[in-house]
Design a protein around this ligand. Structure first.
Ligand SMILES: [Zn+2]
Length: 455
């Protein structure tokens, strides 16, 4: 078996691995590079292997840095099956179409404003191409090995992280390799701990927070205080939140407050059509989280879901107290922009950020305390307080990764550390070598290794 690292090596995004065994070529994850411009330009480079030569794609989960290149891969000739868990399949339908329509909008915008290195400006893929690629998705059950041609087998095991996220094992040519995928946290109240890693000869593991320890502050308490404050001042709390995962986590925290009698009387709105769609998927797949059907309905009925743009605009003109949860999570686009425009200038209001804000985004500017931000061409003064909700990461930290790895039934022959900034990957490698005594490597982009069966 041969393993090649085609992305997420030396960086967090662009997860793509090629597994070749028994005459089959399987691509594990098919992600977009995201972040600063240099990284995004990598999406325009020719794919490192001919898409037509691939037999199948396997997805660990639906986040775009793992799935977002699929429409392009298919447009370039990949016509085989794309295997994933049932909820990943449903999430991909939402995320890939949204990704395509943002790309089309950006290309239109560049065309009208005359900036682009492509002439005429072209989206990486269109909504039509994304729609067509969805027809290649095939869902596979949890934990039951799926047999592919030539005797290869793939198995999905729950990884926490987001709805449908899986650690993925591939067995063939006498070798079993596991891909951790993005690994969730051991005390996640919605998904529970990632399933123990199972047996494998080789492992590729993520290292987003390999050099970090998450703080131990209960976000529910911070949320409660923000809401009490808003009720007292009759003000507005605006929460820019990702539609996938973060919004549902917030709703669960609000429900926790309600259950313990600590939720102050405040109207709660979710103003993101995508977040509403994703929330419905939690109800469609009750087996993929700990809440189960009835509780799930109760948790998510804590908020009102805003549908039309008109309703959203009415909300922007309303006065507090109210809590507005809206996408996007880093305020790079979406309906949250209108709300920030309306509510950021008032010093009584609060902008509550939820988690990491990437460099160059409005979220990062808000987090840095800048006194104005540009929205739709206007400079908007930021007089509202800005806080960050602590401890909301959907990724395990260094200690939690080690805790998960220790559950493996035996030492693997080698661990490959990917999906991290170089310092994070190096820190995790050092800990794996020292604390577990396992051979570990941080591969570089383009590296390939021969994986041999145990003698
Ligand atoms: Zn992810």
């Amino acid at each position: 078996m041969r393993l090649s690292f085609l992305g997420a090596a030396g960086t967090v995004t662009g997860s793509r691995y090629l597994v070749e065994a028994q005459g089959q070529r399987i691509l594990v994850d098919c992600g977009l590079f995201q972040g600063l411009k240099d990284l995004r330009l990598k999406n325009r480079e020719p794919f490192p292997v001919d898409p037509k030569s691939l037999d199948a794609v396997v997805l660990t989960h639906a986040h775009l840095d793992h799935s977002g290149y699929i429409p392009r891969l298919c447009a370039e000739g990949f016509s085989g099956p794309i295997y994933c868990t049932p909820s990943t399949l449903d999430l991909c339908r939402i995320l890939l179409l949204d990704s395509a329509s943002i790309m089309e909008e950006e290309a239109d915008h560049a065309r009208h404003h005359g900036y682009s290195r492509h002439k005429p400006p072209m989206p990486l893929y269109t909504v039509t191409e994304a729609t067509r690629s969805l027809g290649q998705l095939r869902s596979a059950s949890w934990e039951r090995p799926l047999r592919l041609p030539a005797g290869l087998e793939i198995t999905f095991r729950k990884a926490g992280h987001i709805l449908g996220a899986a650690s993925t094992h591939i067995r063939g040519a006498g070798v079993e390799i596991a891909f951790s995928g993005d690994l969730g946290r051991p005390h996640d109240p919605i998904f529970g701990p990632p399933q123990p890693p199972g047996d494998f000869d080789y492992l590729t593991v993520e290292s987003t927070y390999g050099d970090r320890k998450h703080e131990n502050v209960d976000p529910v308490e911070v949320l409660a205080e923000a809401l009490r404050d808003a009720v007292r001042k009759r003000s507005v709390v605006v929460v820019p939140a990702f539609a996938v995962g973060r919004t549902q986590m917030l709703l669960h925290q609000l429900w926790t407050l309600k259950n313990s009698g600590r939720l102050p009387p405040i109207p709660i709105y979710v103003d993101s059509p995508m977040a509403s769609d994703v929330t419905r998927l939690y109800m469609k797949h009750p087996g993929d989280h700990l809440l189960g059907g009835p509780v799930c309905r109760e948790v998510f009925s804590i908020a009102r879901y805003v549908q039309t743009t008109e309703e959203s605009k009415t909300l922007s003109a309303r006065s507090g107290p109210m809590l507005l949860i809206s996408a996007s999570g880093m305020a790079t686009g979406g309906r949250v922009l209108h709300h920030l425009k309306s509510f950021a200038p008032n010093p009584d209001n609060l902008i509550l950020l939820t988690g990491f804000q990437a460099e160059g985004t409005r979220g990062a500017r808000l987090a840095a305390g800048e006194d104005s931000i540009k929205i739709h061409g206007d400079w908007i003064p930021v007089r509202a307080a800005v806080k960050t909700l602590p401890n909301v990461s959907a990724h395990a930290d260094g200690d939690e990764m080690l805790e998960w790895l220790r559950k493996a039934p035996r030492a693997p022959r080698r661990v490959f550390i990917t999906h991290g900034e170089p310092s994070a990957s190096a820190a995790l490698r050092d800990r794996i070598e020292k604390e577990l005594g396992w051979p570990a490597t941080v591969p570089a982009q383009g590296d390939a290794v021969e994986l041999l069966p145990a003698k």
